[in-house]
Design a protein around this ligand. Structure first.
Ligand code: RNT
Ligand code: ZN
Length: 418
């Protein structure tokens, strides 16, 4: 392995790339590991978590799903141990801990419901990001939440989201690192609405009210996530890309671009440079759509690679928050975490190892042939040797060892869950 790494380092050096600098940058990136892959976006508000509802859908019933907070935390511990680097936990409000207080509905959540998470994370040196959970709830059944025409429903969700931001600010202050708070709503309709304007106006008013409560930027950073369509919201999505792009430009929040929330031929990578000319921060939901927003486990796809390339090339990387967002219940869920998080880092490493200066030189000289030839050459450079060496130095399994690690956890821990 050492020899392979030395060869790789020399090979990259020939192209003007400093492997050690690339690894150092990779180490400085903290992914947000999403808590919801471990239990299919169920949460633990009730006995026997509910299925995700309201525009998102998980398919599959692979055994071994986390049934309690304790089981989810055990799985997360294992997941973090399989990913090189220091990463964050991305928590949803429906993962509150009610063991000390009894159940509280979404409009009654308190920071204290997350104390055990804060403690859990702080023991491990993990920082937390947070999300209001504006779906999988009877008050979301109509398909409208923050843009509902029912004042009672709208009030409920405004209250919930305000509380979620308060919780995020509390977490951010306690952990000494700003907590990213993301708002995604499922609002929309299966069939053609007449009053698009009415719902969008209501959404704007709700967001204005929610965000009128100011917190220190040291504690919380707000994000708003658009979507193209969902199951049951095919004809109309209130929180479209244009809606939030406009909203973010006139207000405070950053945008959240989810890789699954655009037309399949649309490039999220291409949007980054435009966003950063008008905003100074961005949240990305790293996902993998197949035919629709299917939230497949992230792999080193062309889309992921272009996204990472663009983050590096445009200089946006230090200003971008990378949150993972996928959920697959047809394979081992720990394995899903590991594959998705590692693929994200591997794609980023590949982007950091790109012979950028050389490519730029060709481009500036108008030499399209040499640029394309070098891009092609880069595809077979020895990335794997650098990745293996990085995994080894970070004391996490290599790709080959991963299969055995996950299988052992399945055998020893997950298979006992019925
Ligand atoms: C749904 C959005 C949203 C959720 C999570 C659970 O389409 O992508 O980000 O996946 O909040
Ligand atoms: Zn998302």
């Amino acid at each position: 392995m050492k020899e392979a790494f030395e060869y790789a380092r020399a090979k990259y050096r020939e192209l003007g790339v400093d492997v050690d600098a690339a690894i150092a940058t990779l180490k400085s990136v903290h992914l947000g590991l999403h808590c919801w892959q471990g239990d299919d976006v169920g949460g633990f508000e009730h006995e026997g978590a509910e299925l995700a509802g309201g525009g998102i859908q998980v398919t599959g019933n692979y055994p071994g799903k986390a049934r309690t907070l304790a089981e989810l935390r055990a799985d997360l511990d294992k997941a973090f141990s399989l990913v090189p680097g220091t990463h964050r936990l991305n928590l949803h409000a429906c993962y509150a801990d009610f063991s000390k207080t009894g159940f509280a509905d979404r409009d009654a959540l308190e920071p204290a419901h997350f104390d055990s998470w804060i403690e859990w994370a702080s023991k491990r040196g993990i920082k937390i990001d947070f999300n209001a959970t504006i779906f999988s709830h009877p008050k979301a059944d109509s398909g409208f939440t923050l843009s509902s025409k029912d004042p009672g429903v709208r009030k409920f969700w405004i209250e919930h989201t305000k509380r979620a931001r308060k919780i995020a600010a509390y977490i951010g202050e306690k952990q000494g690192s700003p907590c990213v708070h993301n708002i995604w709503i499922p609002d929309g309709s299966k069939d053609i609405p007449v009053d698009r304007m009415g719902h969008r106006k209501l959404l704007k008013e709700s967001l204005d009210e929610i965000l009128s409560v100011k917190y220190s930027r040291d504690h919380v950073r707000d994000a708003v996530e658009s979507k193209l369509f969902g199951i049951g919201s095919e004809a109309f999505v209130v929180g479209s890309h244009e809606f939030y792009m406009g909203y973010a430009l006139t207000g405070d929040p950053m945008l959240c671009l989810d890789m699954g929330h655009f037309h399949l031929t649309e490039s999220v990578a291409d949007k980054i440079s435009s966003v950063f000319l008008f905003q100074d921060e961005l949240l990305l939901h790293v996902s993998r759509p197949i035919r629709w927003d299917s939230d497949h486990v992230v792999i080193q796809s062309d889309e992921l690679k272009s996204l990472m390339e663009e983050l590096v090339r445009s200089g946006a990387l230090p200003k971008t928050h990378l949150g993972l967002d996928f959920f697959d219940a047809t394979i081992n869920r720990l394995g899903a975490y590991a594959i998705g998080a590692r693929a994200t880092l591997k794609a980023l490493l590949e982007a950091l190892l790109e012979p950028r200066a050389l490519l730029m030189k060709y481009e500036e000289a108008g030499n399209g042939f040499a640029r394309l030839a070098t891009l092609e050459e880069a595809k077979t450079l020895p990335l794997g040797a650098v990745w293996d060496a990085y995994c080894e130095s970070a004391k996490v399994p290599t790709d080959r060892q991963l299969v055995e690690e996950v299988s052992a956890y399945e055998r020893d821990v997950q298979s006992g869950r019925h």
